[in-house]
Design a protein around this ligand. Structure first.
Ligand code: SF4
Ligand code: SF4
Length: 260
């Protein structure tokens, strides 16, 4: 369904606007999962319409120095991807939370009411992610192999149902009904860069002295990031913890260290 005549820049302009709006919602304390739904829907729409801003594939195209797939000159793509890493250092993984179409489509699938698996495994994916990232770089830089194409990321958003790879990514999307964001947490090379950036983010969800220790946020969190001992690297700013918290002001998105 991707319409090649529409410039990919349209997707990136949307991405910048969506990022700013979501950052404002978090900053102003107005973010809720319900308010995130239109952004998730718009992101999936842009994924199928222009295949942008599909950040992992842009990164893959950059590694392969494929200007045609990038839809922009290489320096501009480098600047764009670095800019979003910089924004993640300030605001956390808003890109992954609601802006990236690959993340958004998995986020929607996780809403399917089936029994969930693999919660609170935040440390395991970190080790796996590092290994996968090395394989990704070696394949791209050393062998010019487009691993994400083999996994069907472009075939999926192009609805290329005649391609075997379409069904590979479709399988990942279906898996995300029971495992939270398997592509983001185990595979995505751009996410592997955003996670360490988010772990140092200036703004993040923090507990305050108002916390009553009920544990509802930790039980609601699909990555284990709501645990006080976990970093913010695997926090996708999905809003499950803040929605689940029964105490106003116990979980706040802030830069100040106000933990109780
Ligand atoms: S981890 Fe990768 S695929 Fe997932 S939302 Fe972030 S950039 Fe997109
Ligand atoms: S539920 Fe977990 S992943 Fe979602 S915003 Fe809260 S800490 Fe982050």
């Amino acid at each position: 369904m991707v319409i090649e005549s529409i410039p990919k820049a349209a997707g990136f302009i949307y991405g910048i606007i969506a990022f700013a709006a979501l950052a404002w919602l978090w900053y102003s304390g107005r973010f809720t999962r319900r308010r995130a739904v239109p952004f998730l829907a718009a992101s999936v729409f842009f994924g199928f319409l222009v295949f942008a801003p599909v950040f992992p594939y842009q990164f893959q195209a950059l590694v392969l120095r494929d200007a045609a797939a990038l839809g922009s000159p290489l320096p501009m793509a480098i600047a764009g991807l670095l800019a979003f890493i910089g924004l993640t250092l300030v605001f956390g993984r808003i890109v992954c939370g609601q802006v990236c179409p690959a993340g958004a489509v998995q986020e929607f699938m996780y809403l399917v009411p089936v029994k969930k698996r693999g919660r609170a495994e935040s440390r395991v994916p970190t080790a796996v992610r590092a290994g996968v990232f090395v394989v990704f770089l070696a394949a791209g830089l050393g062998l010019s192999v487009n691993l994400l194409a083999l996994m069907g990321l472009p075939a999926f958003f192009n609805l290329a149902v005649a391609s075997v790879s379409f069904f590979v990514f479709l399988g990942i999307v279906l898996l995300s009904a029971v495992v939270y964001r398997p592509f983001c947490r185990y595979v995505c090379p751009y996410g592997a860069l955003l996670a360490p950036a988010a772990s140092k983010a200036v703004y993040r969800i923090r507990r305050t002295e108002a916390c009553i220790g009920c544990g509802k946020c930790e039980r609601a969190c699909p990555t284990g990031a709501a645990n006080p001992s976990a970093g913010a690297g695997e926090c996708y700013l999905c809003g499950r913890c803040t929605d689940a918290c029964p105490v106003d002001g116990a979980l706040v998105y802030t830069r100040a260290k106000r933990e109780g």
